[in-house]
Design a protein around this ligand. Structure first.
Ligand code: ATP
Ligand code: MN
Length: 431
């Protein structure tokens, strides 16, 4: 039995065994400081040459960075820092002595680090980021369940596109021709809500978009949520509640991670008590133009526009009711203005960009068929989907949240490639 560093505060003045990797070592020849990493945390081990037997001191001298070892010792409180603990070692056993580790303290370029991603995940900042990712996933599951959503899962092999066919990855599929890797499970969830009422999926999706930015992966994790009997405004309420629940749980559970990342969380703290801004697309365009953007009505918002809109904002901003001409066929027309649809993007603050896209869905069979034709899509591909509008059609809405976008914002990562263990980018598929 061994103890995990995360539980160490319960063992002050007691003897414990820890198992982990050597993260860092300093030694004066009489006293050595070993920083151990066990996955659950980091801890300083103090080894006094005069207090340990020769074998242990020999092992301590032989341990190289990343060597795995076990240590038995007594837990003590740090003499100066409250809430920080140390281990006074009695015996140290090497499990495996590592050969020279390629990642040092010097500044390696991003390419070098990405080529060594299989090792880089051991670094403190990567540890902190991946743990924040886990808490975000947990917050999503907890919040949606508290709102009566049921988790379900959508297929990854799909026979046709959800939206844009230029962004699909084709895969040969036996005698049935070509299948595509899913870009979103939304259409399938729209079917399942008639069984489950409210549901969500959470899994990898694939986009062959050649966007080389700090916010685009070719494989990313998407959470799609869909709810029956929910219309546009309530759909935004759910998104707002979800984002606040994520921020709240991260603030509660990730203080150690935030301090490793040197992440100032005051803006996150600040958004919890305030309503998010809801800005119509047309007003967003006017505001952007007054801020100096050359965007025109009818154009999609670029990265710079999203940054400009949220620069001064203490809260994320919904941009809703976009022109139907630049949006997919399944979005419901706005009853007050037939040229618009009841959709939204949610733009995070602090340069996060778009983190969620959502909409109310078209629930009228004839209107949906007309939209499918208008967009030049194959009716046959959407036959099953349209059929959902024939058997107890109801108003319904949903949204898709990109997990890595969320992690990038909350953890304050410069680039989305650090928010997933093994990122897939246009120009990278290894390791
Ligand atoms: P963008 O305009 O930023 O490319 P999008 O309009 O293509 O986003 P949606 O199709 O609405 O995005 O997808 C829903 C969510 O999935 C987005 O809000 C975002 O969080 C995430 N997302 C979309 N594309 C990517 C990507 N290539 N990599 C990571 N996350 C993505
Ligand atoms: Mn995109």
């Amino acid at each position: 039995m061994h103890t995990h560093i995360k539980d160490i505060s319960a063992y002050v003045s007691k003897e414990v065994t820890l198992k982990g990797w050597l993260h860092n070592k300093r030694s004066s020849g009489k006293i050595a400081f070993l920083e151990i990493r066990d996955g659950s945390g980091f801890l300083q081990i103090i080894v006094n040459k005069s207090d340990v037997d020769e074998a242990t001191w020999g092992t301590v001298e032989a341990l190289t960075q990343e060597s795995s070892f076990s240590v038995i010792g007594e837990v003590s409180s740090h003499p100066k820092k409250e809430g920080v603990f140390e281990l006074q070692a009695r015996t140290v056993h090497a499990i495996h002595i590592a050969t020279e580790y390629p990642i040092g303290n010097k500044d390696h370029g991003p390419d070098f680090l990405m080529n060594h991603r299989h090792l880089w995940v051991r670094s403190k900042k990567q540890w902190a980021t991946l743990r924040i990712r886990d808490v975000i996933e947990t917050a999503i599951h907890d919040y949606l369940h508290s709102e009566a959503f049921v988790r379900t899962d959508s297929p990854i092999f799909t026979p046709s596109a959800c939206e844009d066919t230029t962004e699909l990855f084709p895969v040969p599929y036996f005698d049935l021709g070509e299948a595509y890797l899913s870009q979103s499970g939304q259409l399938y969830l729209e079917a399942v809500i008639a069984g489950l009422g409210r549901c969500y999926d959470f899994g990898p999706v694939f986009r062959a978009e050649k966007s080389v930015t700090r916010r685009h992966l070719t494989e990313f994790w998407m959470m799609d949520a869909e709810a029956a009997f929910v219309e546009h405004d309530e759909n935004m309420d759910t998104q707002e509640g979800l984002v606040k629940a994520i921020v709240k749980m991260c603030l509660e559970r990730c203080q150690v991670e935030f301090s490793i990342l040197e992440r100032d969380t005051s803006a996150l703290q600040g958004l919890l008590e305030k309503p998010f801004e809801r800005l119509m697309y047309k007003d967003a365009i006017t505001r952007l133009q007054s801020l100096g953007s050359d965007i025109k009505f009818g154009e999609d918002l670029g990265n710079d526009d999203e940054g400009l809109l949220t620069k001064e904002s203490p809260v994320p901003v919904f941009i809703h009711k976009w022109p139907k001409d630049i949006k997919p066929f399944y979005m419901k027309r706005d009853a007050e203005d037939e040229t618009l649809v009841c959709n939204n993007d949610l733009i995070g603050i602090e340069g996060a960009g778009e983190i969620i896209g959502g909409s109310q869905r078209e629930d009228d069979y004839d209107v949906l068929m007309a939209r499918i034709k208008e967009d030049g899509l194959e009716i046959e591909d959407y036959a099953w989907y349209s059929e959902l509008r024939k058997y107890g059609s109801v108003p319904h809405s949903g949204f898709g949240l990109g997990l890595e976008r969320m992690v990038r914002w909350i953890a304050g990562s410069a680039h989305i490639r650090e928010t997933i263990p093994f990122p897939r980018l246009v120009n990278r598929i290894r390791p």
